[in-house]
Ligand binder design. Structure first.
Ligand SMILES: [Zn+2]
Length: 249
């Protein structure tokens, strides 16, 4: 089994709205192509490019696992015509109520007409690939546990959005802080490596979290705007995890 990050998550927020860059991952097994989260519509072309670089056509993807149904994780579900979609029972019950403003109704309607598999804690998606229930950010959040290279790698979704949340257990933007804290403790206990919803890979070693990579984005203003070389703005996350933050966990 192999996992590749197709679209990179980023942990920043903007004052004018959500950036909404979440991690999209491709898991390749001997027989299957499985996509974990699909990203927001704004990364659709990047996602198609990334799939092409991996020599995978959208129609070859046979399973799509959605960590939860916020727009930045599910809006490209439309791209995969032959996939079975995996969503937790609790997330589905929550989504069809229609109260969460960050869940696109169009995606919920789309999923109603697809091969939709409602999963729960412990559901196997493939050999060595299991769902764990990680509520908090939303009531039905799930993460995927991959048994790979002799360790357990967790694709977390937004129950762990970034390095600080994994290190401290304290989170921003959660519907249930106590459930989030419990879910994060569960992930820290079992994982050797974690891909948060909006940050690069993190390593967990004896409960300690270290950063493997620093995500960055470049913002480009239109050609011809005043500023010359400053038309490009690079935002790089180089924030280490402070020892104090982990001691308070
Ligand atoms: Zn998100």
């Amino acid at each position: 089994m192999k996992v590749e990050v197709l679209c990179r998550g980023f942990p920043g927020k903007a004052d004018v709205g959500f950036l909404g860059f979440s991690n999209v991952a491709l898991i390749t097994t001997e027989r299957e192509r499985i996509v974990f989260d699909t990203g927001a519509m704004g990364v659709r072309l990047n996602l198609l490019d990334a799939l092409e670089k991996c020599s995978v056509r959208p129609c070859d993807v046979n399973k799509v696992v959605l960590s939860h149904l916020h727009y930045d994780h599910c809006e490209n579900a439309y791209l995969f015509p032959n996939a079975a979609f995996f969503v937790s029972e609790d997330e589905w019950d929550y989504a069809i109520k229609g109260d969460d403003l960050l869940i696109p109704h169009g995606i919920v309607d789309f999923l109603k007409g697809r091969n939709l598999c409602l999963v729960k804690d412990g559901t196997d998606i493939a050999q060595g690939l299991k769902v764990i229930s990680t509520p908090g950010h939303t009531p039905g959040g799930i993460s995927l546990v991959l048994e790979i290279e002799g360790g357990k790698w967790v694709l977390a979704g937004d129950v762990v959005k970034n390095r600080i949340e994994l290190a401290t257990g304290h989170v921003d933007m959660t519907l249930d802080p106590a459930a989030s804290e419990h879910s994060i403790a569960k992930i820290r206990k079992l994982a050797h490596r974690v891909l948060p919803g909006h940050d690069g890979w993190l390593r967990v070693d004896g409960g300690r979290v270290t950063v493997e990579e620093s995500p960055s984005i470049t913002v480009m203003l239109p050609e011809g705007m005043k500023g010359g070389a400053n038309r490009y703005f690079n935002l790089t996350v180089e924030e280490p995890i402070a020892i104090g933050q982990q001691d308070h966990y």
